[in-house]
Ligand binder design. Structure first.
Ligand code: ISE
Length: 341
């Protein structure tokens, strides 16, 4: 019987909602790994998580990345810190699971990709966890098998109960709808060619000068249209749905159990308040796949790479331009480096 590789010692940067969820999942659900160090700018929050999982608290991001008791790093910090922390992990040669987005700003995303290409090996996995959601995986399998013919239209719905982290309109694109920008590339196996943003009537919770909900329309390189309703302050529950209209049929993914969704009247089951309710299994499967890959037990196929992160940020930035300009914006992807073929 071949010897199992040593248990993976994981350091976690960021102990907010998702960082805490990952720490508990790695400790209680995922095999082959344990959390040895955590860091958060809020030391009290870091200490509370460390106490729950039996880890130490590092005094800085650098101390965690360089800690001799850390083999791999999970970055769950605020979006605008992702690029610099990913660069530090690459410099230290640390395998890294980086929560989405790669970076809100395209130049930062490009800098991370340039550093990983220069290193000559893929160390970073992007945390686009919907790729591990069984329902999305079934939808992709049906599409790949031609069950509904060629995809013509994809309609996505992504509602939050309240704007996470106080996101404003552009943040809804670079932090929230970026899930749809990745998962639709993955579902269809295509890149985007253009994007346009339509502004519906703002909802009652929309801050002055902001736009919520947003309707985002991408065209793909094959001419399919990908529509995203991104509603950050929906207040009637967290919900993600996806409908593919094909040349010979239709696929529907979603909770599907609610027929009336207003706060006064509900039929079916209550919707979760947060994404952890809908995608808890996807996050756990994503973590297990990452741990198995870093330990050499899995080839990591299917997980999002830095290239996927760059493609999503490219799409989000083009959508942000379209939001500002009110006109369609072309999308041009750079040449795909051999490291990501
Ligand atoms: C959050 O950061 C997530 O990743 C959730 O999956 C998403 O639904 C939410 O809109 C984001 O803000």
């Amino acid at each position: 019987m071949t010897a199992q590789p040593a248990e993976l010692r994981v350091g976690i940067i960021g102990t907010g909602n998702i960082g805490t969820a990952h720490a508990l999942s790695l400790t209680r659900e995922v095999s082959g790994a344990r959390v040895t160090c955590v860091f958060d700018a809020d030391q009290a929050r870091a200490t509370a998580v460390a106490d729950q999982v039996g880890a130490c608290v590092c005094s800085s991001v650098t101390a965690l990345i360089e800690c001799p008791d850390v083999d791999a790093v999970l970055i769950a910090s605020p979006d605008d810190l992702h690029a610099e922390q990913a660069l530090a992990c690459l410099a230290a040669g640390r395998p890294t699971l980086l929560e989405k987005p790669l970076a809100p700003v395209l130049s930062d995303a490009e800098a991370v990709m340039a550093a990983e290409v220069a290193l000559g090996r893929r160390l970073i996995t992007l945390g686009f966890m919907r790729r591990f959601d069984p329902a999305y995986q079934q939808m992709k399998a049906q599409l790949d098998a031609g069950a509904v013919g060629e995809a013509l239209i994809v309609r996505n719905l992504h509602r939050n109960t309240a704007a996470p982290y106080g996101l404003r309109s552009v943040g809804t694109l670079t932090n929230s709808a970026i899930h749809e920008m990745d998962i639709n590339r993955w579902l269809l196996g295509q890149d985007y060619a253009s994007v346009q943003v339509i502004l519906p009537k703002p909802g009652p919770q929309t801050p002055p000068g902001e736009f919520d909900p947003l309707l985002v329309f991408f065209t793909t390189t094959s001419g399919a249209v990908v529509e995203i309703e991104a509603f950050a302050n929906a207040w009637f529950g967290y919900e993600v749905a996806c409908q593919v209209v094909g040349s010979r049929g239709q696929l529907d993914l979603g909770d599907g159990s609610l027929l009336i969704r207003t706060e006064e009247r509900r039929r079916g089951v209550d919707l979760p308040e947060l994404w952890l309710g809908r995608f808890g299994d996807a996050y756990r499967r994503e973590l297990q796949a990452w741990v198995d890959c870093v330990r050499g037990l899995d080839d990591g196929q299917g997980a999002a790479t830095v290239w996927d992160g760059l493609a999503a940020t490219t799409a989000a930035q083009a959508a942000a331009r379209a939001l500002q300009s009110g006109s369609p914006e072309a999308i041009h992807m750079p040449k795909r480096p051999a490291l990501y073929q």
